[in-house]
Design a protein around this ligand. Structure first.
Ligand SMILES: *Cc1c(COP(=O)(O)O)cnc(C)c1O
Length: 467
């Protein structure tokens, strides 16, 4: 995004030429890394031996730069940097080396196996990622312009609030809810010429509703609008929506991506050249970088370099952690399915789940192909179940958990559970809860890294309270 409004002195020009050489080397290195396997990309990102030796005192692990700003050699470099003529950290709200290492790693991981180039933007939280991923698509040319967007009704409670309370009620932007996400026709019927984007959470938290990404992407693209997917629950270890035609992916990296639970964060990852009916060529060409340089800079929801460093560290082992917790969750779900005090288990990994077939199309452990060339289906660690009893019975079971933590959290290395109707989905009211299928007997459980037998025993003793 080079600005031509600045008259360039010879000094500025020297910095620009130096930056161009650096950017070429950067592109070559991206191309080299894109040929490697997922785990290698996750472990190394773009942090090369050369980067370590020449720029980071030989530090093997990416350093956490807490500094708020970067100093310049002279006025020419300062001018070139502030005019966005050369890449530079400037100020940590805008950019920072540690955040850069995180963003470039995320772009590679989410773009793995995708024929497109990708870019990423790290944000302060998942909610700010949802905001920044949608804001550039919701600009009005005139004050009265009508616009709408289409989104899955089954979504994270915070996203529901951002869309309904902030976007619809306060800003007058119509939200059209998709109730049966697996029905691609329903998405198609809601899109019209005023639609700016379609948005789906997959799998949704807590309901695990899913949709046919490729089918919905096709419907969206036919109407000239992008598909945005919140892929927090799956993580790039199990699913990469860009590969199936999505334009933009958002994450709450606070969840499974940072399984330790040591930091809130979010991310927006886009393919180059997204489809959009908004007349903004720079935005379409590289959405994540456009967002980073302009709206994100102006709204300011940056991640702390410390949180970025922690997330980056966690990403290195994402694949094996997701494999472990997914296998355990499968075991726990099978146990609960056969339990007499459980009315119903929702887990995409259960063959009895009506969405199991569609989920199997998209949720596969990356690089798990066996000798037959087939990848292994794994479905993550979010599940939920309905207690066979009243709302009070459900609270009693919940209160008896001994090892499982009661918390409105998920994606943890420790097993956590909540009752969505009285926590994450409390604010949105009964009708929205009905639409999102969140009854008061539903317990959301996210199985951690403990031995699954110990979690099964904890559930079993708690369920014994139901008469
Ligand atoms: C938690 C969550 C968010 C919001 O993320 P924060 O990091 O808590 O702001 C968005 N989407 C999904 C699916 C989530 O689970």
């Amino acid at each position: 995004m080079m600005s031509d409004t600045v008259a360039q002195s010879a000094g500025v020009q020297r910095y620009v030429e130096k930056a161009e050489r650096m950017l070429k080397a950067h592109s070559r290195y991206v191309a080299e890394m894109r040929k490697l396997k997922f785990d290698t990309i996750a472990v190394h990102g773009l942090y090369s031996v050369q980067e370590s030796i020449e720029k980071n005192q030989g530090s093997v692990i990416e350093p956490i730069y807490m500094s708020t700003s970067e100093a310049y050699r002279d006025s020419d470099e300062l001018e070139a940097a502030l005019a966005y003529l050369i890449p530079s950290w400037v100020y940590t709200r805008i950019h920072n080396p540690t955040i850069h290492y995180l963003e470039t790693t995320l772009a590679l991981m989410e773009g793995y196996g995708c024929d497109c180039e990708t870019s990423a933007l790290a944000t302060s939280s998942g909610m700010s990622a949802v905001f920044i991923a949608t804001e550039p698509l919701l600009v009005r040319k005139t004050g009265s312009e009508k616009m709408n967007f289409v989104a899955t009704a089954q979504c994270y409670g915070g996203t529901y609030q951002q869309f309904s309370a902030r976007r619809m009620q306060e800003q007058g932007i119509e939200v059209r809810w998709v109730v049966h996400a697996h029905d691609t026709e329903e998405w198609a019927s809601l899109i019209d010429e005023n639609t700016r984007f379609v948005y789906g959470e997959m799998p949704s938290n807590p309901g695990q509703s899913i949709f046919d990404i490729a089918g919905v992407a096709e419907v969206a693209h036919r109407a000239g609008v992008p598909l945005i997917v919140d892929s927090t629950v799956a993580t790039p270890a199990l699913m990469r929506p860009l590969q199936h035609g999505a334009d933009i992916v958002v994450h709450s990296s606070s969840k499974s991506m940072t399984m330790s639970g040591f930091g809130i964060g979010g991310a927006v990852i886009s393919r180059n050249n997204i489809v959009s009916n908004v007349d903004n060529p720079e935005m379409k060409e590289n959405f994540a970088i456009y967002a980073k340089l302009l709206p994100f800079r102006d709204y300011g929801p940056c991640i702390s370099p410390f949180n970025a460093g922690i997330t980056l560290s966690e990403l290195k082992t994402l694949r094996c952690k997701m494999e472990m917790v997914s296998r355990s969750t499968q075991k726990v779900a099978e146990f609960l399915e056969s339990h007499p005090k459980v009315e119903q288990v929702h887990y995409l990994g259960l063959p009895s789940d009506p969405l199991h077939g569609l989920a199997s199309k998209y949720m596969k452990l990356v690089d798990s192909e066996g000798p037959d060339g087939k990848p292994m289906n794994l479905f993550g660690h979010l599940m939920s179940f309905r207690v066979r009893g009243s709302a009070q019975d459900t609270r009693d079971v919940f209160d008896r958990f001994h090892r499982i933590f009661r918390a409105t959290d998920l994606g943890r290395i420790k097993s956590v559970a909540t009752i969505p109707a009285i926590s994450t989905h409390l604010q949105q009211g009964e009708e929205a809860r009905r639409m999102a299928d969140v009854p008061p007997t539903l317990i959301r459980l996210c199985v951690g890294g403990e031995h699954p037998d110990d979690i099964i025993n904890d559930l079993d003793q708690a369920l014994a309270v139901v008469q």
